[in-house]
Design a protein around this ligand. Structure first.
Ligand SMILES: Nc1ncnc2c1ncn2[C@@H]1O[C@H](COP(=O)(O)OP(=O)(O)O)[C@@H](O)[C@H]1O
Ligand SMILES: [Mg+2]
Length: 284
C-alpha cells in the first residue's frame, strides 16, 4: 500500500515537471502567429521559465527570421535522420532554445517508419528540460498542421479583425472542438485598431461558437496593429527586445502572465503523450 502511494506521488511529481505544450495557430495565414509565438516565448523566459520554441510550420518556417538567427541545422536534418534533436537546438536571446523548422519537409505524412520513431523519441527527451514548449504552427486545417495542433493540450488561436480571418478562425475552432474537446483553447486578437474592436471580434466568434457548437474559447488578450512591430520585423528583432515599451510588447508580457499564472486545466501530458498523438493523427 505504502509502495503504491509512493509510486503515485512519484508519478505526480514527474507529471508536474512535464512541459506545458502550447500550439500557436490560426485559420488564416499571416495573422501574426510567428511574432506572437516568438515574443510570448521570450516573455516567458523573462519570467524565468525554461522555454523551447519549436517551429513546426514546415511550409513557411520563419521563426528564425523574426529572431534574426541563422541556425546551421533544422528539423529537416532530424527528419532525414542526419541529426538528433539536441544537435539542432539553437540558443536564442534570454536563454530561449529554438528548434528551427525545416522548409524542405513539406509532407509530414511521408515521415513514416523509424525516422518518425527516432524523431518522436528524441523529442520526448525535452520533456523534463522545459516548463513551456511553444509550437509555432502553420495556418489552416490541413493534416500536417492539425496533427501538431490537436496533439497539444493547450492551443492559442490567433485571429485578426479581418472577416476572412474570423471566418477561417471559426472553421478551425469548430474542428478543434470536435477533434480535441478536452484541449484548453485560448484566443488572441491581433492587429486590432483599438481594444474594443478586439473585444468585438472575440465576442462575435464566441457567440457563433455558442450558437452552433455550444462552446466558447477564453479570450486572453489582444495586440494593436502597430508600426513598431512591423519595424522590429524588418530589423529582424523580436519586438519585445527591440521596443520593450511598445504596446505589443506590453500586451505580450500580459498574455504570458495569464498563461503562466493560469494552471493548465488538463494535466500536462508531456512530450511522450504529445508525439504519440501526432503519430496517431498522421497515420489514421
Ligand atoms: N500587431 C501587428 N501590427 C503590425 N503588423 C503586424 C502585427 N502582427 C503581425 N504583423 C505583420 O504581419 C506579418 C505576418 O506576421 P507573422 O507573425 O509572420 O504571421 P503568421 O506567422 O501568422 O504567418 C509580419 O511580418 C508583420 O509585419
Ligand atoms: Mg508563421
Amino acid at each position: 500500500m505504502r509502495d503504491q502511494a509512493e509510486g503515485l506521488r512519484r508519478l505526480a511529481r514527474k507529471q508536474d515537471r512535464a512541459s506545458r505544450i502550447i500550439a500557436v495557430t490560426s485559420g488564416k495565414g499571416g495573422v501574426g502567429k510567428t511574432n506572437i509565438a516568438v515574443n510570448l516565448a521570450l516573455a516567458l523566459c523573462q519570467m524565468n521559465h525554461r522555454v523551447a520554441l519549436v517551429d513546426v510550420d514546415l511550409g513557411l518556417a520563419n521563426a528564425d527570421i523574426v529572431l534574426g538567427i541563422t541556425p546551421h541545422f533544422n528539423l529537416g536534418h532530424v527528419f532525414r535522420g542526419e541529426k538528433i534533436l539536441k544537435d539542432v537546438m539553437t540558443e536564442g536571446p534570454l536563454g530561449l532554445k529554438i528548434i528551427s523548422g525545416g522548409s524542405g519537409v513539406t509532407d509530414l505524412a511521408n515521415l513514416t517508419g523509424w525516422r518518425l520513431e527516432v524523431f518522436i523519441r528524441s523529442l520526448e527527451e525535452l520533456n523534463t528540460e522545459f516548463d513551456f514548449i511553444i509550437l509555432d504552427t502553420g495556418a489552416g486545417i490541413h493534416r500536417s498542421v492539425l496533427s501538431f495542433v490537436l496533439a497539444a493540450t493547450e492551443i492559442l488561436v490567433v485571429t485578426t479583425p479581418e472577416p476572412t480571418a474570423i471566418t477561417d478562425g471559426y472553421g478551425l475552432l469548430k474542428v478543434i472542438h470536435k477533434e480535441s474537446p478536452e484541449a484548453k483553447v485560448r484566443l488572441v486578437v491581433n492587429m486590432a485598431k483599438n481594444p474594443s474592436e478586439a473585444e468585438l471580434v472575440a465576442n462575435k466568434l464566441n457567440s457563433v461558437l455558442r450558437e452552433y457548437v455550444n462552446w466558447e474559447v477564453d479570450y486572453i488578450g489582444h495586440l494593436l496593429r502597430e508600426q513598431q512591430l512591423t519595424k522590429a520585423v524588418s530589423e529582424q528583432k523580436p519586438v519585445l527586445l527591440a521596443f520593450p515599451s511598445a504596446h505589443s510588447s506590453r500586451s505580450l508580457t500580459e498574455i504570458a502572465r495569464v498563461l503562466a499564472g493560469e494552471k493548465n486545466h488538463t494535466a500536462p501530458q508531456g512530450m511522450k503523450g504529445f508525439f504519440s498523438k501526432v503519430h496517431h493523427f498522421l497515420t489514421r
